[in-house]
Design a protein around this ligand. Structure first.
Ligand SMILES: Nc1ncnc2c1ncn2[C@@H]1O[C@H](COP(=O)(O)OP(=O)(O)OP(=O)(O)O)[C@@H](O)[C@H]1O
Length: 365
């Protein structure tokens, strides 16, 4: 799967950008502030419905413009899809897929699997449980309808339960909601647990490369104490829920921890090593998706050089070559491209270099 045409209009300093990426490595080179990350941000908007830099869509729309437009033609081997997105300052979102309007972001996400590496990627292992839960659920989303349907039902019921908690309802009034919460919660948890085991397997080849001599393990935490039943715990924990004003345990609190040689990764590893671990996790997600569903994922790598030494950069490229994904990489200096060009060409992967200057993009011959 790859983007063969990308048109971006009024995204940050990109007034009008058109590019025809190759299905291998696409380097976007330019000075600070030139607009490189904005190109990745536009692709991310299309694939995830949101920016990876801000939750305020307004910030993305070019000053003095009313709306942004992003369009891509996506080649999925046997089929081509035309995907367009328009977003205005009132936050109204219009999505068109193959000429049909849709309001479901899930349609976009389903069409366009993306993984992202940025200088802030280590935050996956350094910040709260939510980002790791979302990371897991990204992979599960592509595993089939079962997870997504259970997750949608669970989220809806949880919202209703929380509203009742805020109204200080008695537990007997909540019991009805809990039955459905528990049945969907068990499905979600079971699927997450199985997925973590598969992710662990897919991770090993990458962690062996990036962190040899380190044993990396993923530990799934379901969001409640597994030694006891979820139903019993929801009931016994209810007084605490009333005090806090929300449901304090359940699959919506699930996460996974990464251990290195049996210690928490965030305590054991340097920032560069944490970034490599996150790179390994994103590569594992992509490898699983392509092994199990035949869908290669697109990789966005922002600020390629940040925190990685030359040999680690070469390793990352080696892995990206191996999984045969389309990759977009930003760099401030073409010296980084020169260092790895041979490595990419030796493996017969296509490569294109684009230069960005003050929001204008040109292909480098
Ligand atoms: N809404 C906006 N309208 C117009 N320009 C904007 C807007 N938001 C940000 N900018 C400008 O867009 C430019 C591009 O920023 P971007 O982060 O894409 O650059 P970059 O090439 O990735 O830089 P760096 O290497 O420093 O990360 C910046 O100069 C920024 O000031």
């Amino acid at each position: 799967m790859s983007i063969c045409q990308l048109n971006v209009e009024s995204v940050r300093n990109l007034s009008q950008v058109q590019m025809q990426p190759c299905d291998g490595f696409n380097f976007i080179v330019g000075l600070n502030g030139a607009g490189k990350s904005s190109v990745l941000e536009a692709i991310h908007m299309l694939g995830a419905g949101r920016s990876f830099r801000t939750s305020r869509h307004r910030q993305l729309i070019q000053y003095e413009q009313q709306q942004l437009n992003i369009f891509a033609e996506v080649d999925r081997g046997h089929q081509r899809h035309r995907v367009g997105m328009q977003r205005d300052k009132q936050s109204d979102l219009a999505i068109r897929i193959n000429g049909q309007s849709t309001t479901r972001l899930a349609d976009l996400v389903g069409l366009f699997p993306l993984q992202l590496l940025t200088p802030e990627s280590a935050n996956l292992l350094l910040t709260g449980n939510k980002v790791r839960r979302q990371f897991l659920d990204w992979g599960l989303f592509y595993q089939g309808e079962q997870f997504f349907n259970a997750w949608k039902r669970y989220t809806r019921i949880l919202k209703q339960r929380n509203a009742m908690v805020r109204q200080q309802a008695r537990y007997e009034q909540i019991g009805f909601w809990d039955q459905e919460l528990i049945s969907n919660g068990r499905v979600i948890s079971q699927l997450r647990e199985e997925f973590v085991a598969r992710l662990q397997q897919a991770l090993l080849p990458f962690t062996h490369k990036f962190l040899p001599d380190h044993e990396v393990t993923l530990v799934y935490q379901p969001g409640w104490d597994l030694s006891d039943d979820l139903a019993t715990q929801l009931e016994s924990n209810y007084p605490r829920d009333l005090r806090q004003g929300y449901t304090t345990l359940g699959p919506h609190r699930a996460t996974f921890k990464v251990k290195v040689n049996n210690n928490p990764a965030e305590e054991m590893c340097s920032r560069g090593q944490l970034k490599l671990l996150v790179a390994a996790l994103t590569l594992a997600q992509g490898a699983l998706l392509s092994q199990q569903h035949g869908i290669p994922c697109i990789y966005l790598v922002d600020d390629f050089a940040a925190e990685l030494d030359e040999s680690r950069r070469a390793l990352l490229i080696e892995c990206l070559i191996a999984i045969k994904s389309q990759v977009f990489i930003t760099a401030t200096d073409s010296i980084f491209v020169d260092q790895i060009r041979q490595q990419i060409e030796d493996q017969a992967r296509p490569i294109k270099v684009f230069h960005v200057e003050q929001g204008k993009l040109t292909k480098h011959e």
